[in-house]
Design a protein around this ligand. Structure first.
Ligand code: ATP
Length: 437
């Protein structure tokens, strides 16, 4: 339904989902700021993922530092290998990644064959810690959150008394100095990842890979309610340490693209940290009666790419009444920035007093209820629809007598009367469900 990402870019700015980073100064490439609605949606995405991971007894949480010893990145191979092939066009001066050339040997922008040979460009942002700027103080902004998990593996295991198999989940910022940045928040230079690393024995590792791939697929279907397509990486395209990899893709207006990777990383990460730090990273496995270096199954997804997938996947255009077009996001109840908006029919007492009581009661029960008092009721419905609010609650003059309100469904515009005393997260969630049947 959405053929062009520019529709979303302007809607995001107008309604306060996403702004261009440093816009006041003309903008900065591939950095974005999340506005008042964006931060609510983003937090809901993170919360859905976090709960699906952390509510399990075999997964622990972590929040490791962005800045780490540069030895971490030497051990992980990022200093040496985290590069993209950079090519310059001598004709139009465009800089691009070699794999972006649709016609090999030609600039993707002006089609000139006058382009440089590719050279390795390291994607890590580099800075210095402390006052000196020599190589001993060099550090990197992390390009992924995973390494913070690996270097804390023993700490987490010892402090929680977990045994294999178990996982560590983390949400946090990552930074990549991407050569070209386009497609809005799809490819950013500062972004957020949600990663879970699951530590297992080598014998059981393939089963766990299959298990996590299926779990993640189910999560998109049953919790996130978005269609995704897993695509296996062929053996000859795997990273040298990887045993298997499947990327989960989503259909964006600019094509089918990766939103998450599920990877079998073998024992590469822990072995390398063990070698570089000169520490024993093996653990005793009761059933095997021996010490082993765990294998890692990784699930790694980008918060911002999920955010964009949600905007694209739930974007709708329809005509509620003949000739009256509307656009809205059909977000599920748990994902919507606001699950409900409360409207007084008119901005007048004693309606306002009762409206404030309804809003406070909902907020006291932990529900983010938005209050909208200005404009005609029809306009206010459209405004709430446009930002994807599943339910509208209207307080009218009858409410003063019967202590009931009208609950309106975003997608169908159907309405029912509900006692104010019954309003709460559970009830509203089930009303939202009932409209879907
Ligand atoms: P791509 O091939 O698109 O560059 P990748 O294979 O390098 O992605 P990973 O290193 O596997 O990505 O990172 C895991 C996830 O982190 C990706 O699936 C994506 O959702 C997210 N991610 C990676 N790079 C970016 C970026 N520059 N901007 C936003 N999200 C990103």
């Amino acid at each position: 339904m959405l053929n062009d990402i520019s529709t979303l870019v302007s809607l995001c700015k107008r309604r306060g989902f996403v702004f261009q980073g440093s816009e006041l100064y003309g903008g900065i490439g591939a950095c974005y700021d999340y506005g008042p609605l964006g931060v609510l949606l983003k937090n809901n995405i993170k919360s859905l993922w976090w709960h699906s991971m952390i509510q399990r007894p075999d997964i622990e949480g972590l929040d490791s530092a962005i800045l780490m010893s540069s030895k971490v990145w030497e051990a992980s191979g990022h200093v040496e290998n985290f590069t993209d092939p950079l090519v310059d066009c001598r004709q139009c001066k465009t800089r691009f990644r070699e794999d972006e050339c649709k016609e090999p040997g030609k600039c993707p922008s002006c089609k000139s064959p006058d382009i440089t040979d590719p050279r390795d460009f390291n994607l890590m942002f580099e800075t210095h810690m402390g006052s000196s700027t020599d190589s001993s103080s060099q550090i990197f902004l992390r390009p992924e959150t995973a390494q913070g998990i690996y270097i804390n593996f023993l700490n987490v295991m010892q402090s929680t008394r977990q045994k294999l198999p178990f996982g560590i989940a983390q949400i946090g910022k990552a930074f990549r100095n991407e050569i070209t940045a386009r497609n809005f928040i799809f490819r950013m230079r500062e972004f957020e990842q949600m990663e879970m690393q699951f530590f297992v024995t080598s014998d059981s590792s393939m089963e766990w890979f299959t298990y996590w791939l299926s779990e993640r697929h189910k999560w998109y279907r049953d919790v996130f309610h978005l269609p995704v397509k897993p695509i296996d990486t062929p053996d000859d395209a795997l990273a040298h340490y990887a045993k298997r990899a499947t990327d989960i893709h989503f259909e964006f207006p600019f094509g089918l693209e990766e939103i998450e990777g599920v990877h079998h990383r073998g024992d590469f990460d822990l072995t390398r940290h063990g070698q570089h730090a000169n520490k024993d990273v093996s653990v005793f496995v009761e059933e095997l009666k021996q010490r082993v270096v765990p294998n890692v199954i990784e699930t790694s997804c980008g918060v911002d790419r999920l955010f964009l997938a949600a905007l694209v996947g739930f974007y709708r255009e329809d005509e509620l009444t003949a000739g009256e077009k509307r656009t809205y996001f059909a977000f599920p109840f748990e994902l919507a920035p606001y699950p409900v908006t409360v409207f007084p029919l008119m901005k007048k007492e004693p309606l306002m007093d009762l409206t404030h009581q309804v809003v406070s009661a909902l907020r006291d029960q932990g529900l983010f209820a938005q209050l909208d008092v200005s404009g005609s009721i029809g306009k206010r419905y459209r405004r709430a629809d446009e930002i994807g609010t599943p339910l509208g609650i209207t307080v009218d003059f009858d409410s003063l007598d019967d202590q009931m309100v009208t609950v309106r469904d975003r997608d169908t515009a159907e309405q029912i009367r509900v006692p104010i005393a019954d309003l709460g997260p559970q009830k509203l969630r089930s009303i939202h469900q009932s409209f879907r049947k």
